[in-house]
Ligand binder design. Structure first.
Ligand SMILES: Nc1nc2c(ncn2[C@@H]2O[C@H](COP(=O)(O)OP(=O)(O)OP(=O)(O)O)[C@@H](O)[C@H]2O)c(=O)[nH]1
Ligand SMILES: [Mg+2]
Length: 258
């Protein structure tokens, strides 16, 4: 199985009964974890990619109560899963703000060994009710001037900032965010602003960030979410992405009504 299909399979695992699934977890060669299921006469084996995925998987499964039949039907009997809407997003922010690291964690990839993005990179980030195709634009000085060439076709914006950065960098980030909020191709789109690096002692609080970035006056009338987060706090991150998906869905419904 490819990694993507494993991720997809984990989404189905929401439907599984926790106790049954845990019984089936076995260790294989090299300490890898295997989950074996016999479904409608077919033998299915899912293997975890690494320790991190396994942890993610368990937290995703715990507390789920709905029937296994739903999962089995989806996996074996009814063909492909129901289509989830896809949205194209652009992700910007100064270099080192944590764009690649956060997106990697959302894709259940290890954020270790992340290198600075040269140009851009695209990731399909799966959520239960949508898939976000996120185009991350590298934030280094020599790349930022080209950002606007890559805005076309975006349906939403993710802006990541380092809440613990120097005054100079914070000012640069503010100027970049203001330019993005006013850009003709982005100004009507929902914005998710992630005040990252909150785990650091020097991090500004969300109120300080809101004031410093003058979000209230500048983003009035726009749809935006400001979320404090860090690499260690995936719950907050996922919650803010759910809110962003709600805004994207609202925009879809408006387009249908028009
Ligand atoms: N302490 C801490 N470190 C973080 C956090 N987020 C990212 N980092 C670290 O910051 C460094 C840069 O992260 P990247 O994800 O490469 O940043 P980026 O925004 O993608 O940078 P460019 O691709 O150069 O634009 C990495 O060493 C990360 O481990 C965080 O919330 N807290
Ligand atoms: Mg990057």
């Amino acid at each position: 199985m490819s990694d993507l299909r494993i991720t997809e399979a984990f989404l189905y695992m929401d439907y599984l009964d926790t106790s049954l699934l845990l019984e089936k977890v076995k260790s294989g060669k090299g300490g890898r974890q295997y989950i074996s299921l016999q479904v409608a006469g077919k033998y299915i084996q899912l293997k975890t990619i690494n320790h991190l995925d396994y942890m993610l998987h368990l937290s995703c499964v715990s507390g789920c109560k709905s029937s296994m039949t739903t999962c089995f039907r989806a996996l074996c009997c009814k063909g492909p899963p129901p289509a989830r809407p896809e949205y194209d997003l652009v992700c910007i922010g100064l270099t080192g703000s944590g764009k690649t690291s956060l997106l990697s964690k959302l894709c259940s990839e290890s954020p270790e060994n992340v290198v600075s993005t040269t140009g851009f990179s695209i990731k399909a980030v799966p959520f239960q009710n949508a898939i976000l195709n996120v185009k991350e634009l590298g934030g280094a000085d020599n790349i930022r001037k080209y950002w606007s060439r890559y805005y076309q076709g975006s349906q939403g914006v993710i802006f990541v900032l380092d809440s613990a950065s120097s005054e100079d960098d914070l000012e640069t980030a503010r100027n970049e965010l203001h330019s993005a909020l006013q850009h003709p191709q982005l100004c009507t789109l929902p914005f998710l602003i992630l005040a990252n690096h909150q785990d650091k002692p020097a991090a500004r609080s969300v109120q300080e960030v809101k004031k410093y970035f003058e979000l209230e006056p500048l983003a009035r009338g726009k749809r935006w979410i400001l979320q404090p987060c860090s690499l260690d706090d995936m719950d907050a991150l996922k919650d803010s992405f759910s809110q962003l998906i709600n805004l994207l869905e609202e925009k879809d419904h408006e387009a249908v009504r028009m």
